[in-house]
Every structure is written in structure tokens, then in C-alpha cells.
Design a protein around this ligand. Structure first.
Ligand SMILES: *[C@@H]1O[C@H](CO)[C@@H](O)[C@H](O)[C@H]1NC(C)=O
Ligand SMILES: *[C@@H]1O[C@H](CO)[C@@H](O)[C@H](O)[C@H]1NC(C)=O
Ligand SMILES: *[C@@H]1O[C@H](CO)[C@@H](O)[C@H](O)[C@H]1NC(C)=O
Ligand SMILES: *[C@@H]1O[C@H](CO)[C@@H](O)[C@H](O)[C@H]1NC(C)=O
Length: 351
């Protein structure tokens, strides 16, 4: 059962390669019509859009059984599907009336058979569709799926060639005419109760879920969705939010450390500047004191010295000298050429 998708994929691919090549109006041999070995796909000499008429000529198909038939362009005009009470045979030549119980039908074409009067209670409406409106086509004979537990039933085993990767294996599909909830045992040929999940089995049909696992126990239905425990959502949620917060906290710590370093640099720079200023003031005081202490000096000389000490020419060399062996920040300001800009220095100290 688990390999059914592969079977479908590969059988579609197979038709693509193996479909007949004769197109409309070309000759064909109706005797070549057959089901392909392994896939049981209908084959005729004619291509996918035509069928082989009784006159041995390929004619456009008169009906289709699939909603989306294979071998047509997406903008092509498709032949009609058959109305209720009729079916389209594998050949696709024309719609036919449903066949009575006991009539010959085509493989797996339960829909070709007339439904029983109580079709509503016999119909298998599940995903597996083990009958169509209570009818089954077994061994090419129309029957009703109406046999109850312990009564004799008919079984049809079909061996498909299935593919899983490069491996080829046989997938036996076993069908019977038991009512829904029972299966037709291949040895005793009587209807038996289907088994629940966890019970032992040796064929898919024995399980209510139609999935007999490799360990011989009925498992979950192959189409049942995966469910994850609450803990998984919790772990994933913690992972996501934990990761986010860890990143934020790490960045915060790194930035704080960097800010502290920068602040320390600025503080150091401010201290140095302050020290320079004290030095200059001290120098000025010393100079004034020495000038004043000189005998016979007037006011005019004093004012000249005062203004010179205040000017850039005298202050710059002293600063320049000390700059070369101090904080990294000063080097930065030096590069910018604004080392002596009091405004920027003061701004830096405050920020
Ligand atoms: C079509 O006709 C030709 C000539 O009569 C014959 O050789 C060929 O086998 C026919 N093809 C089919 C698919 O019947
Ligand atoms: C469908 O489309 C193809 C090109 O995509 C075009 O050549 C062709 O004539 C179209 N057929 C019809 C029936 O519109
Ligand atoms: C089952 O029977 C109903 C009523 O006759 C019909 O409408 C419906 O198409 C049938 N289902 C199938 C799959 O043939
Ligand atoms: C069960 O179906 C068969 C055809 O498969 C039919 O002949 C028989 O009468 C049905 N039995 C009941 C009880 O409906």
C-alpha cells in the first residue's frame, strides 16, 4: 500500500513510452488491444486520443472515463464523460449502459456494473473505494459487494509490478465481494472481520486501515497525516525565542563593553587636555612672575608677552609634543585635523 504512489507514477510513465503510435485515420489491429503486463494499462495500436474501430482504422475517442485524461494538450477539446447510468470502456469508443450482475466487465472497472438496489448501504465511500456504489468487477464478472461474515466469497488477486527506486517488486492487490468492514480470505474463501490497528496481518486487505506493515501488524492508514507532540512545538518555540534573546543579550553586552572603552578613552583625553591647560596656565604665571620680577619693565612689554602666550603659535608646539604618546582618541582627532578645536573636544567629553 505504501508503494502505491510509485506504482502510479511508473505506470503513467510506462504508457507514455508504450502507447500506440497510429493516429487518426491510420490502420490498426483490434486484436492488438490488451492490458500491459505488470501495469495492466490498456494498450491499443492507436495513440492516446484515438481508438481502434471495427474497420481497423484509428478513430477519435467518443468518451473519456478520467476527469483529466492522459495524452491531451491542456487547451485540447476533450471527449465527454458518460452520463449517470452509463460508462466509458477502456477503449474509449462510446458510452455504454451499465452492465447487469453476472455480465463481463473490464479489470478494476467496478463502475461498469449496475449498482444493487441497496447500494447506499453497501457502497464503500472511503478513500480506498473498494467498490463503486456497492458493485465490484471480480475476475471480469460484475458482482455486488454484499457477502456477510462467514459466507463464501469470490476473491481476485492481481500481481502488479511495482518500482521503488531501482528495485522492482510484485505488489499483489487482492479484492473480494464482502461487505464493507470484511475481507475475503484467500485460502478459506469466506468473509472475515477486518483487523484494527495493532493486530497482526499478512495482507493490506486484512486491515481496516488497508496498511499491513512490514512487521506484520496493521498500521495507521497510509494517508493519515503526521502528528507531532506538544513537546516538539515547545522545543522549537524555545529554540526560536531562546536564539533571539541570546543574540540580543550578546549584542547588548558587546556594545556596553565597547561603550565603556570609548567612554574611558574620552575621559582620559579630557584629563590630558585639562592637564595641558593647567601646564599652560602655570607657564603663563611663571612667565608673568619672571617678567614682573625683572627690574624696570613697563606695562607695554607685559601685555605683549601675555598676548603671545595666549596665541596659537605658542600653545600648538607644546600640545603637538604631548599628543604623540597619549590616548588613541587623540590620534583620531589628529587625523581629522581638528585636534585644536575646543568645541569638538568639549562635545566629546559630554557625550
Ligand atoms: C497497417 O497496414 C500496413 C499495410 O497493410 C501493415 O503492414 C501494417 O502492419 C498495418 N499496421 C497495423 C498497426 O496494423
Ligand atoms: C493549443 O496550443 C498550441 C500551442 O500551445 C497550439 O499550437 C494549438 O493550435 C492549440 N490548440 C487548440 C485546439 O487551440
Ligand atoms: C452512485 O449512484 C448515484 C446515484 O445513482 C450516482 O449519482 C453516482 O454517480 C454513482 N457513483 C458512481 C461513482 O458511479
Ligand atoms: C448478493 O449479490 C449477488 C450478486 O453478486 C446476488 O446474486 C445476490 O442476490 C445478492 N444477495 C443479496 C442477499 O442481496
Amino acid at each position: 500500500m505504501l508503494f502505491l504512489p510509485f506504482t502510479l507514477v511508473f505506470s503513467s510513465w510506462y504508457i507514455l513510452v508504450e502507447a500506440g503510435s497510429q493516429s487518426k485515420g491510420q490502420n490498426c489491429t483490434a486484436g492488438d488491444n490488451r492490458l500491459q503486463i505488470g501495469t495492466y494499462q490498456f494498450y491499443s495500436d492507436c495513440d492516446t486520443q484515438t481508438y481502434c474501430s471495427g474497420a481497423g482504422i484509428c478513430e477519435l475517442k467518443g468518451c473519456r472515463k478520467d476527469q483529466y485524461p492522459f495524452g491531451y494538450a491542456s487547451n485540447a477539446t476533450l471527449p465527454d464523460k458518460c452520463p449517470s447510468g452509463q460508462f466509458c470502456p477502456d477503449e474509449g469508443d462510446a458510452c455504454q449502459a451499465l452492465l447487469a450482475v453476472g455480465s463481463p466487465c473490464q479489470l478494476n472497472r467496478d463502475d461498469q456494473c449496475q449498482p444493487p438496489p441497496n447500494y447506499q448501504e453497501l457502497a464503500d465511500t472511503s478513500y480506498y473505494g473498494r467498490n463503486v456504489n456497492g458493485s465490484v468487477c471480480l475476475n471480469n464478472v460484475c458482482m455486488w459487494a454484499n457477502v456477510t461474515a462467514g459466507n463464501a466469497c469470490t476473491v481476485e488477486n492481481t500481481a502488479y509490478i511495482a518500482y521503488a527506486g531501482s528495485n522492482e517488486f510484485i505488489d499483489v492487490v487482492s479484492r473480494g465481494n464482502c461487505v464493507v468492514g470484511l475481507y475475503c480470505d484467500s485460502q478459506q474463501l469466506v468473509c472475515m472481520q477486518s483487523r484494527a490497528i495493532g493486530e497482526s496481518c499478512d495482507a493490506d486487505k486484512q486491515c481496516q486501515t488497508f496498511n499491513c506493515q512490514n512487521n506484520g501488524v496493521c498500521g495507521e492508514s497510509a494517508d493519515s497525516p503526521n502528528h507531532f507532540g506538544i513537546w516538539l512545538y515547545v522545543v522549537v518555540g524555545i529554540g526560536i525565542f531562546g536564539g533571539m534573546f541570546a543574540t540580543l543579550i550578546t549584542l547588548f553586552i558587546l556594545h556596553r563593553r565597547q561603550r565603556d572603552v570609548e567612554r574611558e578613552k574620552r575621559l582620559q583625553y579630557w584629563r590630558e587636555q585639562n592637564a595641558f591647560r593647567q601646564n599652560i596656565m602655570q607657564m603663563r604665571e611663571t612667565a608673568r612672575a619672571s617678567i614682573l620680577s625683572l627690574p624696570g619693565q613697563g606695562n607695554s612689554n607685559r601685555s605683549t608677552m601675555y598676548s603671545r602666550a595666549n596665541s596659537e603659535e605658542s600653545a600648538a608646539p607644546i600640545l603637538q609634543h604631548s599628543v604623540n604618546k597619549a590616548s588613541g582618541l587623540r590620534q583620531h582627532f589628529s587625523d581629522e585635523g581638528s585636534l585644536y578645536d575646543e568645541g569638538i573636544v568639549m562635545q566629546g567629553t559630554r557625550g
